[in-house]
Design a protein around this ligand. Structure first.
Ligand SMILES: *[C@@H]1O[C@H](CO)[C@@H](O)[C@H](O)[C@H]1NC(C)=O
Ligand SMILES: *[C@@H]1O[C@H](CO)[C@@H](O)[C@H](O)[C@H]1NC(C)=O
Length: 291
């Protein structure tokens, strides 16, 4: 009984001193984002932790209550000193105009050398599935280049009659690519991207920007609703990415391949073939090699 009482007392003292530490410091609430500004000291203590971007030493001068840090390539974050909690994240502000970059906690004409910022500006309207080139599902002329610093827009519309070709990642004449955009209004469960059938989009709302783009492992595959299956998206001879039960071929069978043959504007295939003898298929040269 007595031990329990002491433990509770110790807990209460610890909580009180933590609250006092927040209050005593005269927290600058005007620097906090609106959802935090109205919280009591106790609520604040429960709701926030020290922010990893705000790596400042605790101030020795009681008048220092804010510092600034970069919250990404183009955002300046206010860091607010909150006593026992440490430095917490306050309001953000975006850099623009002649000083579009956050560099060392301030807007600057040059990007931070420590953040991985490209000199082009990342556009967060596209959720990058992974690094690389991705078609813009809202426009046949446009595409995205995804990097660890975010998505960067690419545009073929500066060239006469050019559209983006997801297969080669180049701007090509309109006649060479089947392009149609995707819409998320009354969308089915998934949509294969017409110009890039190894990609498929799953809409999560009516807004195309919220769609999740998924991809089959290889460009010569197509999603059929449950699996990525071998498919002819371009002419050539390819490794058997997936099993083909109709042709009696198991996936990852190094002695087999499938072929896609151009016939006018059509592609014939996929036709599964087997390398003769003990030949194995070499994807680098698209040929059977024999020993
Ligand atoms: C500030 O910006 C960062 C990075 O963009 C973001 O993660 C964070 O949620 C933003 N904070 C506020 C309060 O808007
Ligand atoms: C998709 O591919 C798998 C594997 O080849 C097959 O079992 C399945 O029946 C296919 N589904 C449709 C809808 O074609």
């Amino acid at each position: 009984m007595a031990r329990n009482y002491h433990r509770r007392l110790a807990l209460a003292v610890a909580l009180m001193s933590a609250l006092l530490a927040v209050q005593a410091f005269d927290l600058q609430r005007s620097l906090l984002p609106p959802e935090l500004a109205g919280l009591s000291a106790a609520e604040l203590l429960a709701a926030v932790t020290a922010d990893p971007d705000c790596t400042f030493a605790n101030p020795t001068d009681a008048t220092v209550r804010k510092e600034t840090a970069c919250a990404g390539c183009t955002v300046v974050k206010t860091c607010v000193y909150a006593g026992s909690i440490g430095w917490i994240a306050g309001k953000n502000s975006s850099c623009s105009g002649g000083t579009p970059w956050c560099n060392d906690g301030a807007c600057s004409a040059t990007p931070s050398p420590t953040l991985n910022c490209n000199s082009a500006k990342a556009d967060d309207t596209f959720q990058c599935p992974s690094n690389g080139y991705w078609p813009n599902l809202a426009s046949c002329n446009k595409y995205w280049m995804c990097t660890s610093a975010g998505a960067f827009a690419g545009d073929c519309s500066g060239y006469n009659n050019a559209v983006y070709d997801p297969l080669t990642t180049l701007c090509v004449p309109k006649s060479q690519v089947t392009c149609s955009t995707i819409s998320c209004k009354n969308a089915p469960a998934y949509q294969v991207v017409p110009s890039a059938p190894w990609l498929y989009a799953v809409c999560t709302s009516d807004n195309l920007a919220d769609a999740v783009v998924l991809k089959c492992e290889n460009q010569n595959q197509r999603y059929n609703g449950t699996n990525c299956v071998n498919a002819c998206n371009q002419a050539g001879r390819f490794p058997l990415w997936a099993p083909d039960s109709a042709a009696g071929a198991a996936g990852a069978d190094t002695g087999s391949y499938f072929e896609c043959v151009a016939n006018g504007n059509e592609l014939i295939g996929p036709t599964v073939g087997k390398c003769p003898g003990k030949g194995t298929f070499d994807s680098a040269t698209s040929r059977c090699t024999f020993t």
